[in-house]
Design a protein around this ligand. Structure first.
Ligand SMILES: Nc1ncnc2c1ncn2[C@@H]1O[C@H](COP(=O)(O)OP(=O)(O)OP(=O)(O)O)[C@@H](O)[C@H]1O
Length: 253
């Protein structure tokens, strides 16, 4: 995978929206070059909270996040390593699509030349070239999501954090997204994605972290998840997920 050698390891002790009030405890996530890791869990389990914490957007984040490079370990420094593709587009009313890309480039230290070089291809790929001087606030929801995709792919990060990629995009756009992610994986990027579409997750991801009621219910390959759920070989992830979340809810009640 592009000769890259690094590993992101996040050990989250506690995280939440008010200091001392944890909505998430004891969740560990690892992503390496070329890997696709699925962060799964029911509504309210804490998936978006993990993403926000990794991005430094949580008031309460007691976690140890390390990047292991070939021969060194770096703590915390996320700049330029992560790109976030949110489920709900984050857009500025007064900025055109091109200005959104200029802003993303400026924040991440990408030169105007690099922006011009890379953005045109991405706009063409996601079929947005004809609206690059229009205001995304007036776009359809799917076009707004694609605006977020272009901004993220522009950055060429180590890890893509992708929140629910299969909702809101049309099937062609989902294919384009998956192809673009595959090209980035070939470059050496990793992907951490959240989704409720478990059959797609099973097909696409190498490993999984299943969060439930603010904790890790299981993690590993699909075989590990099957073993943790006590289900036989060949059982779809969907059934393992239900077995595990029901068992955890029953224990908690
Ligand atoms: N801004 C916020 N302020 C306070 N609590 C929040 C906030 N956002 C989320 N929470 C709480 O944190 C917990 C985890 O929410 P989170 O959004 O991480 O879940 P999720 O797994 O992403 O759910 P979904 O699948 O519905 O998107 C929930 O109990 C939720 O109510």
């Amino acid at each position: 995978m592009g000769g890259e050698s690094w590993l992101m390891r996040a050990a989250i002790r506690a995280a939440g929206y008010e200091l001392g009030n944890a909505v998430l405890r004891d969740v560990a996530i690892e992503v390496g070059p070329g890997e696709r890791v699925g962060l799964l869990g029911p509504n309210g389990a804490g998936k978006s909270t993990v993403m926000k914490g990794l991005l430094g957007q949580l008031p309460y984040w007691d976690a140890d996040v390390r990047w292991r490079e070939a021969n060194a370990v770096a703590g915390g420094a996320m700049n330029g390593r992560l790109a976030y593709i949110p489920e709900q587009p984050i857009l500025y009313e007064r900025f055109t699509l091109w200005e959104h890309l200029q802003l993303a480039a400026a924040v991440c230290g990408i030169s105007e030349e690099r922006l011009a070089d890379r953005a045109e291809g991405l706009l063409a790929r996601f079929r947005l070239r004809h609206v690059k001087d229009d205001y995304p606030i007036k776009f359809s929801k799917g076009m707004q999501q694609k605006t977020m995709l272009v901004a993220a792919f522009l950055l060429e990060p180590s890890v893509y954090l992708v929140d629910e990629p299969f909702i809101g995009l049309d099937p062609a756009a989902v294919m384009e997204l998956l192809e673009a992610l595959d090209e980035e994986r070939a470059r050496g990027a990793g992907v951490l994605l959240t989704t409720h579409v478990l059959d797609s997750a099973e097909r696409l991801c190498d490993r999984f972290v299943l969060v439930h009621e603010g904790g890790a219910a299981a993690s590993g390959t699909v075989a590990d998840i099957r073993a943790a759920s006590g289900m036989p070989d060949g059982t779809p992830l969907f059934d393992c997920f239900h077995r595990l979340t029901r068992a955890a809810s029953a224990e908690g009640s």
